[in-house]
Design a protein around this ligand. Structure first.
Ligand code: RIB
Ligand code: CA
Length: 305
């Protein structure tokens, strides 16, 4: 059996980020976590990442990142993810301390050996700051798997997805940097809807992790955008796109965005499929199998390999 891919996960937990963190523990070699403000404040996203690691019994360093976007004012999505970012939970302080190395330094250090794999499930502020600090960094990133953007409209404005809209300047820097990237946008993640069947499966698993994730999923379903069949489980799609590529279809297309503060802010413009670019757009998911993997990881995040 081949060794799982080693990754750094940059995230803004957030309920779907929490599911992605557990998928990372199960299906990758999760070397490091960097946190960014997005769904909730940097204090909350960092506390939540540490808590999820403790809940899963994992010892992965958590590196605190940007507390605000590069240029625009920060916003939050606490109406969807809860005041703490994890539903109704008042996230306890984990006994595991956060690293004294900040996110940007951790990202640059992580990429030192070249061909690094990064999964990002929040605004790309940390990635952009790292590129600004070390313009040669893109040469050492093998691939960035990013949940954000989309090809068919937005969820924070009519045209833009949250992670892209929150920090459009960071997205623009990342897209122009030469970093090979696959975008798992709303057009993809809205195919992966989790609801009552998955809540029931988590409840009946009888583990503390699964029970808490069921609580999070119930909150997320009650407060997120209304989908008949359930709630889009965005962030795990980017992670599973790395670990289970056979469950996804992607097109090779150039992606650009807009930083002008109008109705196109953060919109991701995807060109016709091309061969000479290093951007990929995920367009199709095998949703039943993706959902099954997410539920497996939520019930038991111990490494599969
Ligand atoms: O638009 C959905 C994305 O924004 C997800 O990553 C969610 O966690 C929020 O960060
Ligand atoms: Ca997220």
């Amino acid at each position: 059996m081949t060794a799982p891919p080693r990754i750094l996960l940059d995230c803004d937990p957030g309920i779907d980020d929490a599911f992605a963190l557990l998928c990372a523990l199960k299906f990758t070699g999760l070397d490091a976590i960097t946190t960014v403000s997005g769904n909730v404040s940097i204090n909350n996203t960092t506390r939540n990442a540490r808590f999820i690691m403790e809940l899963a019994g994992a010892d992965v360093p958590v590196h605190r990142g940007a507390s605000a976007p590069l240029e625009v004012d920060g916003v939050a999505a606490d109406e969807i993810h809860g005041a703490s970012g994890l539903g109704k939970l008042k996230t306890p302080e984990s006994a595991r301390p956060e690293s004294n190395v900040g996110a940007v330094e951790a990202i640059i250090d992580y990429c030192a050996g070249g061909d690094a794999t990064i999964v990002a499930t929040g605004p790309l502020t940390n990635i952009a700051l790292a590129v600004q600090q070390d313009p040669t960094l893109p040469e050492r990133i093998g691939h960035l798997f990013w949940m954000g953007g989309g090809t068919e409209g937005g969820n924070v404005t009519e045209r833009a997805e949250f992670n892209a809209w929150v920090d459009p300047h960071a997205l623009d820097i990342t897209l122009r940097s030469g970093i090979p990237l696959t975008m798992f946008g709303l057009n993809l993640t809205h195919q992966v809807l989790m609801g009552q069947p998955e809540i029931d499966a988590l409840r009946s698993a009888g583990t503390a992790t699964a029970s808490m994730l069921a609580d999070f999923l119930e909150f997320y379903r009650e407060n997120g955008a209304r989908h008949v069949a359930g709630q889009p489980m965005h962030d795990p799609c980017a992670l599973l796109g790395l670990t289970h590529p056979d469950l996804f279809e992607t097109n090779k297309s150039h992606i650009v965005t807009s930083t002008i503060d109008d109705e196109d802010r953060g919109r991701t413009f995807v060109n016709e499929p091309q061969t000479n670019v290093e951007h990929y757009v995920a367009v199709r998911a095998n949703a039943p199998q993706v959902i099954d993997l997410i539920v497996q990881a939520a019930i038991d995040p111990t490494p599969a390999a």
